[in-house]
Structures are given as structure tokens and as C-alpha cells.
Design a protein around this ligand. Structure first.
Ligand SMILES: *Cc1c(COP(=O)(O)O)cnc(C)c1O
Length: 435
């Protein structure tokens, strides 16, 4: 499998280069040259496959001969080593819980898969790799955890001081070893700008082999297809489900759409957005106009210019009309998110996190117009990660899972820096002496 840049100005590369480069040199996103088609035969038997077998058969054509089959199988086993239960909330609404991984978010899947690929590709005498990420919470913890103890890789995380939840912060700042956390006295946008400056700093890159681990990397994007099939393995209704996906940078929904294009049964997709509604507006008008993001209680979706938008377009041959047949989009504001979270908790006894609540409300909106179409919401984070917000809505404490309790005893270890690129650069350059 070759990958081309959506800006068409870079050479095609294999899976290995796409994984190491992240983005193509022309600034475009990598996209697979063709979409492998699932056979009728496979669709008949996939329900009986184990998680690793299923993941392997989906990923194999994308990875092809850039690594031996047994290595890919091992990576699939290690990545999908936790549960993905489908739970019924009420008649016609199910929740696919993607939050049973080590950092309690769906991002564990992409981060674990990518870290293991990168580790395999950089074995031997490859220079040490520095993975640099800016995060508003979930990405940092998933990436840090995914890369913990991976030989030859150091992880550097930048997050805005005081703007992530307590559990998110502890997950990023208590690992030590090859993970460094910078607490930036600024906003998420400051963190992102500093990371961008580092990537364009040729002097820094002479001494450091920098790579990013954000959601545009194909090794994070592609494996997310797999849990859509886990949902179908647990699906017993006759008609295929509608998938409602809480969307920010659109990596998650874009992987579902890719699976759909390869033949996965599903009846519709819902791009559930919070008040950051560029995509919802685009679905209405056909005009895409990025905006500055606004902050909401589902903050992992506070994105004004979704980075995977160009991939979604490519999947539909840039046809707005074709997209409308498959995708609907709803924007859900904070008030409606709180209302839905409260109502589902009271009536159905099911606790959603704010991101799942956005997806749930969007599905309910869709079902008003399409009664009798059952749907699945992708629950992308464990409610405990957003405990502070949820407690103000339900007026009850969120039960803390036993796996989280030891974390709460730990002290964070961070390097506090001003939101200035030079502060980051100085520290990264000094760090280089370690090697
Ligand atoms: C990252 C994230 C999202 C958004 O996912 P995208 O792939 O960027 O669309 C949704 N919910 C949670 C909890 C997240 O961490």
C-alpha cells in the first residue's frame, strides 16, 4: 500500500514512512492509494474472530510488507488488549464504551498502535526519536502512556496549566522515565504554536529527530476502524446501526467512514459536534469556513478547523451530495449537553461523559426524523476524566474506578514554562546532551 499526500506535491510513500513522517513534506495528509474491499466471505465470518485476528485482517492491507505479519499481529494483540463493550442505554440507543484502556479514552487505541509501530520502525541504529505533542488533555495522556518504556523514543508533552482535568494531568505528569511534561502558562493554542515552531526550526531538527503523534498520523487514524467492527460483533438487530461519533478533529469518524467505504455494514453516520460547528454548517451549505474555536464542556472537541476534514472530503470524491447521503451533522450546545447527560443518568441510569452526551443528543435529534433506526454512540472517554463537570450536573460524586485510585496518590512532576518558544527550545536542546 502506498500513501499519497492530499496536497499532491510530495512523493508517495509506504506505511513506514507515513508513520515516521506524520505529515507529508508538502503539509498534506497522507491517504491510502486505494481502499481495500472486504469480501462477502469475510463479512460472513468476522463475528467469530478474536479482537487481534479482526484487527490484523483489517490492518494487514494498509501495513502490507512494511513489517512482518507476526509483528503486526503482536502489535494488534497489544493494542486491543482491553474490552470494548456495547451497552444498551434505552430502546434504540446503544453505547460503545471505548474507554476501558489505560488512560480511559478511545485515543489509547491509536496511541498504542502508533507507538508500537514507531518502536519497530526505529529499532537498530535509528537515531533516538523525540515525539512532541501539544494536548488539551486526552491526547497527551494516551500518547505518553502508549510510548512509556518504548526504547529509543522520548515523549515531550505540552499542556496548558490549569486547563486540563485533575485525572488527565496526573496521567500525563506521573509517568517519569522517557516522558517529560511541560506545564505551559498559557492556552492550548500557545502549546500548539510552540510545537509548530519546533517542527519548522531547522536548527533544532539538526540535533533532534522530531516527530508528532497527533491524530493525522496514519498509524493513529487507521486502527480506529477496528472498534466499529467490535460493535458489529455485539450487534444483534437486523438492520445495521447508525453510528453517532463525537467529533473534534474528525479522526474517529473518518476511520468509521473509511471502514464503511470498504464495505462495513452501517446505515448512517452522525458527526456530533459541540458549539464548534464548522462541519455542521458545511453539511448544510456546502461551504467550509474554519473559525477560531470556542470553549465548551466537551473540550476535546473544541476544534475550529478539523484536521481530518480533507480526508473526509477525499473519501467522498469531494462530493457534498454524496456525503449528505451518508453523513448528518448536529451541533449540540453546552446547555443541551448537560440536559442530555442529566436525563440519561436519571431515566436510564447510565452515566455519559460530556463528549458521549453530545453524541447521544445528536443521535436523538436524528431519530426524531428517522424513527425506528437504532444507533450506537461512541463513548470516547470515561466519565471520571470529567468528574469535576459531571458532578455539577448530576449533583453526585462520580464513582472512581479502582484502576484510578493509585494515580490520585501520586505527585505531578512537571517543568513549568512561559508560553514562549525559546523556553521550549532551550530545554529541548539541553536535553539533547543526554544521548
Ligand atoms: C479527542 C477526543 C474526541 C474527538 O475525536 P476526533 O478524532 O478528534 O474527532 C472526542 N472525545 C474525546 C473524549 C476525545 O478525547
Amino acid at each position: 500500500m502506498k500513501y499519497y499526500s492530499l496536497r499532491m506535491k510530495s512523493p508517495e510513500v509506504g506505511f513506514k514512512e507515513a508513520c515516521i513522517n506524520g505529515q507529508a513534506p508538502d503539509g498534506g495528509l497522507y491517504f491510502p492509494q486505494y481502499i481495500p474491499a472486504l469480501t462477502q466471505d469475510w463479512l460472513k465470518k468476522f463475528r467469530s474472530l478474536s479482537k487481534a485476528e479482526l484487527a490484523f485482517s483489517i490492518m494487514r492491507p494498509y501495513v502490507e510488507n512494511s513489517m512482518p505479519a507476526h509483528e503486526l499481529f503482536r502489535i494488534c494483540e497489544e493494542t486491543f488488549s482491553f474490552e470494548f463493550p456495547l451497552r444498551q442505554l434505552r430502546d434504540g440507543i446503544y453505547s460503545l464504551e471505548l474507554y476501558h484502556g489505560p488512560t480511559l479514552s478511545f485515543k489509547d487505541v491509536g496511541a498504542r498502535f502508533m507507538s508500537r509501530c514507531l518502536s519497530w520502525f526505529s529499532r537498530g541504529d535509528h537515531p533516538p526519536i523525540t515525539v512532541l505533542v501539544a494536548t488539551s488533555g486526552d491526547t497527551g495522556s494516551a500518547v505518553a502512556n502508549g510510548f512509556l518504556n518504548v526504547d529509543g523514543v522520548e515523549v515531550v508533552i505540552l499542556y496548558p496549566a490549569g486547563m486540563v482535568s485533575k485525572i488527565q494531568e496526573l496521567q500525563m505528569t506521573t509517568l517519569g522515565k522517557n516522558v517529560r511534561a511541560f506545564e505551559v502558562k498559557g492556552t492550548f493554542d500557545d502549546c500548539q504554536r510552540m510545537v509548530k515552531e519546533a517542527f519548522s526550526d531547522e536548527e533544532l531538527k539538526k540535533n533532534l529527530y522530531l516527530t508528532s503523534a497527533n491524530s493525522i498520523n496514519v498509524a493513529r487514524w487507521l486502527p480506529q476502524q477496528v472498534y466499529y467492527f467490535f460493535a458489529l460483533q455485539q450487534w444483534s438487530a437486523e438492520c445495521p446501526p447508525v453510528f453517532s461519533v463525537p467529533s473534534g478533529n474528525f479522526g474517529n469518524i473518518c476511520s468509521g467512514l473509511l471502514a464503511f467505504k470498504s464495505g462495513m455494514p452501517s446505515s448512517h453516520f452522525i458527526a456530533a459536534c459541540n458549539s464548534n460547528k464548522v462541519f455542521t454548517e458545511f453539511m448544510k451549505s456546502g461551504i467550509y469556513s474554519p473559525i477560531k474555536s470556542v470553549s465548551t464542556i466537551s473540550n476535546a472537541m473544541d476544534v475550529g478547523n478539523p484536521s481530518n476534514f480533507s480526508r473526509v472530503m477525499e473519501l467522498f470524491g469531494k462530493s457534498h451530495g454524496d456525503m449528505k447521503k451518508v453523513i448528518s451533522s448536529y451541533s449540540v450546545n453546552d446547555h443541551q449537553t448537560e440536559e442530555t447527560l442529566w436525563e440519561v443518568y436519571r431515566k436510564d441510569g447510565y452515566l455519559l461523559d460530556p463528549h458521549g452526551a453530545v453524541a447521544c443528543r445528536a443521535l436523538m435529534n436524528y431519530q426524531e426524523k428517522h424513527p425506528g433506526e437504532p444507533g450506537i454512540i461512541l463513548e470516547t472517554a470515561h466519565p471520571v476524566k470529567f468528574g469535576e463537570i459531571i458532578e455539577t450536573i448530576t449533583e453526585e460524586a462520580v464513582r472512581i474506578p479502582s484502576s484510578v485510585k493509585p494515580l490520585l496518590e501520586l505527585q505531578k512532576q512537571t517543568e513549568v514554562i512561559a508560553p514562549l518558544y525559546n523556553e521550549l527550545k532551550n530545554r529541548l536542546s539541553r536535553n539533547e546532551l543526554k544521548y
